[in-house]
Design a protein around this ligand. Sequence first.
Ligand SMILES: Cc1ncc(COP(=O)(O)O)c(C=O)c1O
Length: 469
Amino acid sequence: MSFDVAKVLKERHGENFTLHSDLLNPQLARVLKTLGFDRFYVRGEGCYLYDDKGDQYLDFLAGFGVYALGRSHPAIKQALHQAIDLDLPNMVQLDCALLPGLLAEQLVARAHEGIRRVYFCNSGTEATESAIKFARRATGRPRVLFCDHAFHGLTTGSLALNGGKEFKEGFGPLLPGATQVPFGDIDALAAELRRGDVAAFVAEPIQGKGVNVASDAYWQGAQALCRKHRTLLVADEVQVGMGRTGKFFAHEHYGLEPDIITISKALSGGYVPVGAVMCTDKVFMSVYSSLERAMVHSTTFGRNQLAMVAGLATLDTFEQEGIVEHTRETGEAFEAALAPLVERYEMLHAVRGKGLMLGLVFGKPESRSLRVRWNALEAVRTALFSQMVVVPLFHRHRILTQVAADNMNVIKLLPPLVAGQQEVDYFVAALDDVLRDAHHGSGLLMEFGTTMAKSALRRGGSKPVMAPA
Ligand SMILES: Cc1ncc(COP(=O)(O)O)c(C=O)c1O
């Protein structure tokens, strides 16, 4: 009898958290239990997850941005089934298979003219690591600049480019020559570039941590400075790329032409891990500069056929369903629907971001009575308010969201790009309900915050890492 996954799932149902506590990461299990997020999900489809009780959850996390096309998209499923049934000669390694070539062709066609070549890997962090190596090799320089609040992955090279302390603690020393500059500060960037030893400026066109946006002028200036000082501009599009912001690449909003572009997440169609580094001919050929160097940078699973099929089927579906235009329209409708809540609720200061990457920015209220509540919460833990909104959104309305970063009162909304007016309306009504309670209501939120603050969230000096992406 061959392995029967349905049978195993049925027989062992309910052991999830015990197994994770005993054999995997027990702290994750603890955090989820503390927040009451410990559900037993059994199915996912489109924008929704379903648990073992048959309850439906609106997934505005989308697997940290992986599920651009929603879960279980029939076109991706069908393509993967077909690929498996074809018994493709996968990972021959000493071979130039067709599918990686076809996916590279599709990706290059969507980028600016200077982007001519693609290196495939398996994840976002691996794409960052590759970009660092490529930039060092192409320029012969050691240093890499990154921004405060940046997130480029958690392996040692990409971790060196992380703009927050919480992820780095205890893992050093990290990559020498990694230097942080304030996001959006052109003078600080200029000062570092002037030293003439910077291989690359690595940046997210819109930052995931906090959904931070910089001005057009900043980006134009940053690109011009990079060109002037012969530093490579690396756009990390792992999260914001592939339609998320209403353009295929987020850097297009600023008219940028990066030397290197990294992508991952959405390219997988939600099924097979994949990452890609797209770059100029000059950069690429500096790495693979001779016969001897044909395999100087590679990874075993890099061009695997299932990842390539998932990528090709995803891009095809993007075209068939007009995903980028749909995202732009839904994003505009979403911002318009949220605007009245910014007017209505003192603690909701702004909505920022582009397309379907939106940040709900909370802050100190004007009125005295609300300020007392706010201050009491913030005294327990910085940015507890946003966590307190995330929790009732989940419990009362079954909506999955996340705080955008530790120590930041911002909730990040990252819906599947196939979300539409129905999902927007449902979310806005739910947020309205939760914020009404927070501003005028029964004190339920206060109770919630205090309960959690007393348990897992209060850790003296150290803060739990709650927002990994
Ligand atoms: C902008 C950005 N770069 C890189 C990464 C790392 O990707 P991965 O988790 O696949 O290593 C992430 C992950 O969230 C990301 O958001």
